[in-house]
Ligand binder design. Structure first.
Ligand code: ADP
Length: 503
């Protein structure tokens, strides 16, 4: 009987299920978008039940499309939007409020207060993270403080916390398993990435009762079986990793020094640093990478909050385009962006700037600026933000990047990748299969159950789709980058305390 590995890829805007065959090819795929809630400016929420129902729905759909049943699934691997925080009742499995999404800025002031009280260095040393509202810790604290009775119930052991991996595994297992993998734990800002334990000092600081936390497990291991009522059979749940660590694994970036950039809702650049947890001098964070060995491996990471999301914004809020795809046609209709720069800091700026209060900024607009220039500036902003991360990583690593492996929804855009190659002056490699996030989860699960023998077998599956060679001359590159730096500066100035300008 033909066997497949099922990857559940629970992203920020959609839930996806892919069945991969032994060659790492997509045998079946199903996808469903779900609702985004923006209750206040800068706030972002999801309905955790909708996350689960959409994920469950696409799992069934992917099996039905291929005409297979649970017996054909060798294992399930999970990859997920990270940091997004869900708190639910132990007794019923019902969430007590909406999930607070990684992009949500509601706890920015809480994190500022923690930093002002002098805890920044301690947090950084233990968790590898730059303290920010982006990570789960302050989001859990917010829920416990603001949902009536939540703190007391959590202390009594009545509530459970999980990121999306934990939530899906919990539901798949018929509410039996409460686990998270190392990569997801490393994004909570409550986990010590060196001792590999939940950290009591951090739990005290954010007032999070330990009894609500999941057990931390390796990214590739059999955690348990699905409840047979869910997918019609017992399937090993055998792998989990945060989406970015999963993509690093799916791109076969197994060696220290190898790098990938994912162009999804946000952009995420990760470099494998092997068994060493490298401390960044340039605003990147240190995180746990997905690994199959007994020992954990680490990665350096830089993130851009608004990557492909700027294109969604053009589509849904600005209503300038009907589909994301048509942006490359618009961009190619003009020579350049006519001096327009768009800094899409809608939810603040991540690495290497880390400014929680920055907001979107558009500079250089002249009377001749057309929709085409604006769309081009939006696409270019994705590449500029990524190139800032690449510069930071090159400085931390002490050498220039020779090639960049890319993936994610927006990596389908040829204009974007050519501009990326031009602006960083390095080759950009797009694999045949850009679903590397899902592929990574499938590999982690498939390795745990012996579907794939080892990493060498997996490496043979990586196929190059297209290479983008840099072709811009140095003078132009420098001029464009300098314009971008000025635009960033403008966004930072706007974010400053405005008392300077008050009358
Ligand atoms: P996620 O997993 O974060 O939900 P995906 O990897 O599915 O994201 O990528 C979706 C993002 O990519 C969306 O923000 C969308 O606007 C953007 N996108 C998709 N196709 C294109 C394209 N051809 N050009 C530019 N952006 C695109």
């Amino acid at each position: 009987m033909e066997k497949y590995v099922m990857a559940l890829d629970q992203g920020t805007t959609s839930s996806r299920c892919i069945l991969f065959d032994h060659a790492g090819r997509i045998a079946s795929i199903a996808q469903m978008e779900f609702t985004q809630y923006y209750p206040q400016p800068g706030w972002v929420e999801h309905d955790a039940m909708e996350i689960w129902s959409s994920q469950y729905g696409v799992a069934m759909e992917a099996m039905a499309k291929l005409g297979v049943t649970a017996d054909n699934i060798a294992a399930i691997g999970i990859t997920n939007q990270r940091e997004t925080t869900i708190v639910w009742e132990r007794a019923t499995g019902k969430p007590i409020c909406h999930a607070i999404v990684w992009q949500c800025r509601r706890t920015a002031q809480m994190v500022d207060a923690v930093k002002a009280a002098g805890y920044g260095d301690m947090i950084r040393e233990k968790t590898g993270l730059v303290p920010d509202a982006y990570f789960s810790a302050s989001k859990i604290a917010w829920i416990l403080e603001n949902i009536p009775g939540a703190m007391e119930r959590a202390q009594n052991g009545e509530l459970m916390f999980g990121n999306v991996d934990t939530w899906l595994i919990y539901n798949l297992s018929g509410k039996r398993l409460h686990v998270t993998d190392y990569t997801n734990a490393s994004r909570t800002m409550l986990f010590n990435i060196h001792t590999l334990e939940w950290d009591d000092e951090l739990l005290d600081l954010f007032e999070v009762p330990k009894c609500m936390l999941p057990k931390v497990v390796p990214s590739s291991a059999i955690y348990g079986m699905t409840d047979k009522l869910i997918l019609g059979g017992e399937i090993p749940i055998a792998g989990a990793a945060g989406d970015q660590q999963s993509a690093l694994f799916g791109q076969c970036c197994f060696e220290p020094g190898s790098v990938k950039n994912t162009y999804g809702t946000g952009c995420f650049l990760l470099m494998n640093t092997g068994h060493e947890a490298v401390d960044s001098k340039n605003g990147l964070v240190t995180t746990i990478a997905a690994s199959t060995s007994g020992e954990v491996e680490y990665a350096l990471e830089g993130s851009v909050f608004i990557g492909g999301a700027v294109i969604q914004w053009l589509r849904d809020e600005m209503r300038m385009i009907r589909t994301a795809k048509e942006t490359s046609d618009y961009a190619e209709r003009v020579e350049d962006s006519a001096g327009v720069y768009l800094v899409p800091a809608f939810t603040g700026m991540g690495a290497p700037y880390w400014n929680q209060y920055a907001r979107g900024t558009i500079v250089g607009v002249t009377r001749g600026c057309k929709k085409e220039h604006f769309i081009r500036a939006a696409l270019e902003s994705i590449a500029y933000q990524s190139s800032d991360l690449i510069r930071a990583m090159e400085e931390d690593a002490g050498h220039k990047l020779t090639e960049l492996k890319v993936d994610g929804g927006a990596s389908a855009n040829n204009f974007l990748l050519q501009f990326q190659a031009d602006i960083i002056g390095s080759k950009v490699l797009r694999p045949e299969c850009v679903e590397t996030t899902a592929l990574g989860a499938a590999y982690l699960a498939g390795l745990a159950v012996g579907y794939w023998k080892d990493k060498d077998e997996i490496r043979e599956n990586w196929q190059l789709g297209r290479t983008f060679e840099p072709s811009m001359d140095e003078e132009k590159r420098v001029a464009l980058r300098n314009g971008w730096k000025r635009a960033i500066h403008a966004a930072q100035v706007w974010a400053q305390d405005d008392s300077l300008y008050m009358e």
